[in-house]
Write a protein that binds this ligand. Sequence first.
Ligand code: TXA
Ligand code: MG
Length: 346
Amino acid sequence: MHITTKIIAPDASGIAEAAALLRAGRLVAFPTETVYGLGGDALSHAAVAKIFVAKGRPASDPLIIHLADASELPRVVASVPPAALRLGAALWPGPLTLILPRGPAVPLAVTAGGERVAVRVPSHPVAQALIAAAGTPVAAPSANRFGHTSPTDASHVLADLDGLIDAVVDGGPTPIGVESTVLDLTGPIPTLLRPGGISLEALRELLGEVALGGRAAEGAGLVSPGLLTRHYAPRSAMVLVIGPAHAARVWLRERAARELAAGQRVGLLVPDEDAASLADLDADIEALGPTDEPGTIARRLYAALRALDARQPTLILARDLGETGIARAIRDRLTRAASGHVVYVE
Ligand code: TXA
Ligand code: MG
C-alpha cells in the first residue's frame, strides 16, 4: 500500500496536525533525543498493527511506549516498583527505557504477547509536545525498516519509510544519536538489556547492583559471528577492531592496505585521530569526531554509516572506543552492524 508521507514542521500548528493524526490511528515519525521514532497510538490495536507492517518488523519484537510524563505510568503499567520511581525522578525525561509489568490497557501486540512492557519519557521538545498534544501513550520503535540503521534525521526516515507512513515531523538531527538504554526492572536485580544514551555507570550509581542481560551480556568476543541478530546493518561487509588505539590503528592500516592492494574498495569508520593518520590510504574515510568526545561520535555514527554504505565499499573497517559511558552503546551498535565480526588486538 502506498500513501503520501507528509513532512510536517515542528511548530505549534505542525504539532497539532501530527497529534491529530496520532489520535486518528495514523503513523507519524518524530524526533526524540536518541533517534527518530515511528509513532502510533499505543492503546489502539489497529495503529500498533500498522507499525509492524510499515517497519516490516516481526511480531515477536516488542515496542517501546513513550509517555509525556512519568505521572502517566499507571496508564500502561500494572505496578510501579520503587526503583522505577527513583530512576524516573533522576533520569526522565531522557534516554532510558524501563521494562515493567504490562498494564491491562496495553494491547498484547505492543509487548509481543508478553506481560512486560517497555516505557520511556523522551526529553526531545518535539517528542514531548507531540505526545502531550496527542493525549495518548505513543508506541514508537526506531523509524527504520526492520534491521536497517536507525534514523537520526528526517531524510533517513524518508529513505526507509516514504510512502509507508502518514507523516514525519522534521525536527532536524537528533542530539544523542544512539537508542535509549533498556533496563529490565521485572526481576530481582535490575538488568541492562541494551546499552544506550544513559550509561551503565549512571544506573549503578543510582541502583547499586545492575546485572548485564540479553545482548548487554554478550561480551563482543564471546559471541560467535552469525549468532548475533544482524542489525543496524550496512550492505557492505564490516569488521570492528577492539584494542589499544595504537595497535588498532596499525591493524586498520595493514588490513586496509591489503584489501586495497587486492583491488577492493575500503571504507573506514574511525575517530578523527585515525582518519588523520590513515589519510594517505586510498580509502573512503568517515571521521566521527575526536576520541575524547564519544558523545560527538555517537551523534554522528549512524549518518556516517549510511554515508559510507552509500558509496558501496567492499568492506567497512571500524574502530572501537572502549566501554565507558556511551562508548558501551557505540561498541554494541558497531558489533551488530558488523554482524559480530570483531577482531581483538593488543
Ligand atoms: O531510543 C529509543 O529507544 C528509540 C526511540 C524512538 O525511543 N526506540 C527504539 O525502539 O530504539 P526499537 O523498537 O527500535 O527498540 C526497542 C528495544 C528492542 O531491543 C526491543 O526488543 C526492546 O526494546 N523491548 C521492547 N519491549 C520490550 C519488552 N517488553 N521486554 C524486553 N525488551 C523489550
Ligand atoms: Mg530499532
